[in-house]
Design a protein around this ligand. Structure first.
Ligand code: AMP
Ligand code: MG
Ligand code: MG
Length: 222
């Protein structure tokens, strides 16, 4: 069933009256699972850090029919080129040095993620789509990290759903970020902004919010 027209053309703030009705739309999504992903990386406020390195790798496996979170992959990653986190990075992400100090480097964590993908989805022949807030995670950060670590990027990372575009499909407005999307959908922000795993939980809530309004997700990059 396509996105109900009534939902497409009304600003989100006018939708509350029909929310209950909308939540009854049982639409069939095109995937078995959504994989909500949100990297955190080394950063500073004064200089641009090159190469930027992934320091938190969280991914939540969300059932595409129920929108319930079923499994979580979550690892902190020890950066190699700039092993010492800046005070700015810790302030922004809540990641302190101790949280990455004894962790594996990206190559090892990336291998573990691939094993997780095989066990959770690929061997079970489940269909899935990554979901990110913006295109930075899979268009910029992951390719850059793979070049830095000299490792191959599996093809399953080549397509994804940018939830900002999905949100824009439903509301007709391009969202400035995750917090404004939550606010417009009248969802509570959970945890700490810029903590990768908390960002994933909030993105998963937005995913569910739009899904329960009858939106059928489509890849925005492939
Ligand atoms: P986010 O998913 O929005 O938490 O951001 C992902 C990564 O982008 C962070 O881990 C930082 O490396 C970088 N980043 C986000 N916001 C800022 C900022 N205001 N200043 C510098 N880097 C940032
Ligand atoms: Mg992000
Ligand atoms: Mg984040």
């Amino acid at each position: 069933m396509p996105t109900p027209n009534i939902l497409k053309h009304y600003p989100i703030r006018f939708l509350s009256v029909i929310d209950k009705m909308a939540s009854n739309f049982k639409v069939k999504q095109a995937f078995d699972y959504f994989l909500v992903l949100d990297f955190e990386a080394t950063c500073d406020d004064k200089v641009s850090i090159q190469p930027q390195e992934i320091i938190e790798f969280p991914c939540i496996k969300v059932n595409a029919q129920t929108f319930e979170s079923e499994k979580v992959f979550h690892r902190y990653v020890k950066p190699v080129y700039r092993p010492q986190l800046t005070p700015f990075c810790t302030e922004l992400t809540g990641i302190i040095q101790d949280m990455v100090e004894n962790e594996n480097n990206f190559i090892e964590v990336f291998k573990d993620f691939d094993i997780w993908m095989k066990e959770e989805l690929l061997e079970k022949e489940k269909s899935f789509a990554f979901v990110t807030c913006g295109d930075w995670d899979l268009k910029t950060m992951l390719p850059s990290q793979c070049r830095t670590s000299n490792c191959n990027k599996p093809n399953y990372f080549n397509s994804w759903i940018n939830i900002k575009r999905s949100f824009s499909d439903v509301t007709g407005t391009w969202p400035r970020g995750m917090i404004p999307m939550l606010r417009q959908l009248k969802l509570k922000h959970e945890g700490r902004h810029h903590s990768g795993i908390d960002d994933c939980r909030n993105i998963a809530n937005i995913l569910k919010g739009l899904g329960q309004r009858g939106y059928i997700y489509r890849l925005t990059r492939h």
